[in-house]
Every structure is written in C-alpha cells, then in structure tokens.
Design a protein around this ligand. Structure first.
Ligand SMILES: [Zn+2]
Length: 171
C-alpha cells in the first residue's frame, strides 16, 4: 500500500523520497500517521472501499475484481448448472468481462450514463480490448482519471445495477 506515496527518483539510484516527514526520511511514526490521514490507500481501497456506495455493492465489487462472482463460465468449469448465455443479450457466453464491459446491453447503459453526466473522457469503443474485470476496473479508476473517487463509485453502481438486472433474469 505504501508504494503509492513513495516516489522513486530514476536519476538518483535507490533513493526514495518520503513526503510525510519534512526531512523526507521514512519513519514508522510518519507512516502510521499517513495511514490515519488517509493518504496511503491500496488500489483495492481506491477501487472499492473508499467509494460512495452501499456495503453490499462494495462487497460485490471486491469479489468481481478478483473474478470470484458466479458467472456462467465459472459455474460451467465446476460442472454446475448455469444460465449459459448472457441473460442480457442472449448471444454470448456469460463471463465477468462480458457482463461488465463487453455486452451490448452493458455498453448501451454505459453510453447513456456517459451522456447524462457529460463524461466525455470515457470511450466505451475500446473496452473490448481489455481482458479482465480487474484490468477494466483499474483503468476506469486509475490515478489519471478525473474525479477518481466519483468514477470509482459510478463504475461500482453501474456494474452493481447490471449484476442485479442479471440476477433478476436468472432467478
Ligand atoms: Zn451479453
């Protein structure tokens, strides 16, 4: 987790500048304080836990990012009954990546959200190139994204909505 706030200087070999003490030297006390200040966040904190979303949605996201939700492809691998085709488009096998960023239904929903909130920096047309839920989620909420916390929350709520819609159709 600490890596986010440690800046490696390529020119001076093996020198780490720690910005939570005036001297720039790392101390355990400053690291401890930094955690309380909320300055040190792991990627999972930024993608999941430090968002504006209900706890259920956060837990769902935490599982989805690790490819641990029970989509049809995973059930199939375990030899368990499953819905097979994606219940939203009824065209392709359901998987995490398909459901959350490749399905035509999902892309349509995202495009509506993008238009409604004026999120012009987002472009769904390249999403088919991304391979895992974790990769896609990270790219939606990485350091360069404007309003990172809001985007992490929005990504979660749209995906949570899709998951609930999918469940309503399966069960
Ligand atoms: Zn689909």
């Amino acid at each position: 987790a600490l890596v986010n706030d440690v800046h490696l200087d390529a020119l001076s070999e093996d020198t780490i500048v720690w910005k939570h003490t005036t001297s720039g030297h790392y101390t355990a006390a400053s690291a401890y304080k930094a955690q309380f200040l909320g300055l040190v966040l792991s990627p999972m904190d930024q993608m999941v836990w430090k968002t504006w979303a209900p706890p259920k949605a956060k837990f769902f996201t935490w599982l989805a990012i690790q490819d641990r939700i029970w989509t049809a492809d995973r059930l199939q691998k375990c030899g368990w009954p499953n819905c097979g085709l994606c219940t939203l488009c009824k065209r392709e096998q359901e998987s995490g990546p398909h459901l959350f960023f490749k399905c035509r239904f999902t892309i349509r929903l995202w495009n509506l959200v993008i238009a409604k909130f004026g999120l012009h920096h987002m472009d769904t047309s390249m999403w088919h190139l991304e391979s895992s839920v974790k990769e896609w989620w990270t790219n939606r909420t990485s350091a360069g994204v404007p309003n990172r916390k809001a985007m992490a929350s929005l990504t979660m709520l749209v995906s949570w909505t899709i998951w609930n819609e999918r469940n309503a159709r399966v069960f």
